[in-house]
Design a protein around this ligand. Structure first.
Ligand code: SF4
Ligand code: SF4
Length: 253
């Protein structure tokens, strides 16, 4: 089969999976070599480990399929609501529950795509890590960032909050990837960007002052641990992007 018809088949499987999970999503394909080169060294090694015996074939012209599922609107609405002076953590936990459901659905979809393409599934970034590591730097060696593949394959652009922003779903998406040596047509990076928008920066002081902080991700990790929701999430910058980002007047879920 040609790389074009292989991509059609991959899209079809993804659509079936999205429907099965009752989710909306988006898929793109990037070159394996180019994703590998763009990862930080510690993550490059992790990806090479995960590829195992498939690595030589992948280096010969393999691909990374980037998949994203979007949060339903009701899950975004409950982020950081107030109850009196405090946050309403019971409702905020409904967002945490959707985070887990999206991860589960992504992992199941990535497994199926890996089976169908003879590839390897790289699961959604694992939960339960932020609390266990001493510093966010320790986190990098344990996971493979899906953002590089998402960016290179046109799933979205890198937003000012460092998340992937999709024109339809904003950054209210979760990501996973599949690496495969099957010939696949590539999809192109997006040309859009955040422009003058700064909704996420207004919503979070760590993002707003990220240039001045040693590593704003560490402040973010500590804040998430301190919040103590049912999953390691916060989501205020996601809600800001979804509600007030540059695509707020366009199509929403
Ligand atoms: S998840 Fe929360 S703390 Fe972390 S960058 Fe976004 S808004 Fe800030
Ligand atoms: S809120 Fe605006 S600046 Fe921030 S990531 Fe979304 S589009 Fe970009």
């Amino acid at each position: 089969m040609s790389s074009v018809s292989n991509l059609q088949r991959v899209r079809q499987i993804f659509e079936e999976e999205a429907e099965r999970h009752g989710l909306n999503g988006v898929l793109g394909v990037a070159a394996f070599n180019s994703v590998l080169r763009a990862l930080m060294p510690v993550q490059r090694r992790r990806l090479e480990e995960l590829c195992g015996g498939e690595l030589p074939a992948l280096l010969e012209g393999g691909s990374v399929i980037s998949i994203a599922y979007a949060y339903p609107e009701h899950a975004i609405d409950v982020i950081a609501l107030k109850k009196g002076e405090d946050y309403d953590k019971d409702s905020w936990n409904r967002y945490a529950a959707e985070y887990k459901r999206l991860n589960w659905a992504l992992n199941a979809t990535a497994e199926r795509l890996a089976e169908e393409t003879g590839g390897v599934a790289i699961p959604a970034t694992m939960t339960g890590v932020a609390e266990k590591v001493e510093h966010v730097e320790d986190f990098y060696a344990r996971v493979v960032s899906h953002r590089v593949a998402a960016e290179q394959s046109g799933v979205g652009w890198r937003g000012k909050n460092e998340l992937i922003v999709n024109p339809r779903f904003s950054c209210a998406i979760r990501l996973a990837s599949v690496v495969t040596a099957l010939p696949l047509e590539r999809t192109l990076p997006l040309e859009g960007g955040c422009g003058a928008c700064r909704a996420c920066l207004d919503a979070c002081p760590f993002l707003r002052f990220k240039e001045r902080l040693d590593n704003y991700r560490e402040q973010c990790r500590r804040y998430i641990v301190h919040l103590g929701l049912d999953a390691e999430v916060c989501g205020k910058c996601i809600k800001a992007c979804y509600r007030d980002g540059i695509y707020r007047d366009q199509f929403r879920l």
